[in-house]
Design a protein. Structure first.
Length: 285
């Protein structure tokens, strides 16, 4: 007799990575990283990249001031040391932690180190947020290149209670990936809602998502199909409004279902979430 193979559950998050700089948002990110690491019994990895800003002058691109180079090298070392100090101050006496720092572009370094992580915690940088600093990672680049789910944290957020989670559903590869990548978080949620923006035909795909979640022990009793007339808004806007009305702690969404160039030119869900969401988001590409 043929035996049915066992259904394998998501393995969970064994390693969580947090890019760290010398800003206040870094401290908030590390606090959330600690909460998640404690919740999942995961290793917490702090990473920090800081590129050299070299004084290059003239049409031939020559460095003409060796003293300024030395000053910049020392500043880079000091910033990396300060970010490491901040990380260890927040993580305290936790044992399963690791630090990785390098003289390198922050986003590039975080992308490379993503190979060691199951989940990456970053901060949102919208037009109204503080300007990007040299040790900040670019969340959009990380979503595209890391190959890992990105937990996007709005400014000044210091915790992630996970009572109410909203899944922004669209029947795309990226959304399916996001649902799978978020399963460990969904299991902790008290309530999960599946929301889609589109035609009534989307009810069939929402029903499949709810059944899929149920197979993983997650009940998602509420599903909402929001109408296609968005009044010029992207699909993210009604989802965010719904999530705020429900008091959601997290939005789960696919990242860059359209080409990234199209989203930056014409707008899109990912761009809106990166720029505007007041609620933490898990994005997967």
């Amino acid at each position: 007799m043929l035996q049915h193979p066992e259904t394998h559950a998501h393995p969970g998050y064994a390693s969580i990575m947090v890019p760290v700089g010398v800003d206040g948002d870094s401290e908030n990110r590390v606090k959330i990283g600690c909460q998640l690491a404690d919740r999942f019994g995961a290793r917490l990895i702090g990473v920090s990249g800081r590129a050299l800003i070299l004084p290059i002058y003239g049409t031939d691109g020559q460095i003409i001031d060796g003293h300024l180079v030395e000053v910049e090298e020392q500043r880079t070392k000091d910033d990396l040391a300060a970010s490491e100090t901040l990380f260890h101050r927040i993580v305290g006496k936790r044992n399963d932690v690791e630090w990785r720092g390098a003289t390198c572009d922050a986003t590039r370094f975080a992308t490379e180190q993503a190979r060691a992580a199951d989940l990456i915690v970053v901060s949102r940088r919208g037009p109204k947020d503080r300007s990007e600093e040299i040790m900040d990672v670019r969340p959009g680049d990380l979503v595209m290149a890391a190959g890992r789910p990105i937990l996007l944290i709005p400014p000044e957020r210091t915790n992630l209670p996970l009572k109410q989670v909203v899944i922004a559903w669209k029947d795309t590869r990226e959304a399916r990936r996001a649902v799978w990548d978020s399963l460990p978080l969904l299991r902790y949620a008290e309530s999960v809602s599946v929301v889609t923006v589109g035609e009534e035909a989307d009810r069939e795909t929402v029903a499949d998502v709810k059944a899929y979640l149920a197979r993983h022990g997650i009940k998602a009793p509420l599903s909402v199909v929001l109408g296609p007339d968005l009044g010029g808004c992207t699909e993210a806007v009604p989802v965010m409004r719904f999530a705020e009305a429900e008091g959601a702690d997290l939005i789960v969404a696919g990242g860059y279902g359209h080409s990234r160039i199209r989203e930056w030119l014409f707008g899109g869900v990912t761009r809106t979430l990166l720029d505007e969401t007041p609620i933490p988001c898990l994005l997967a590409h």
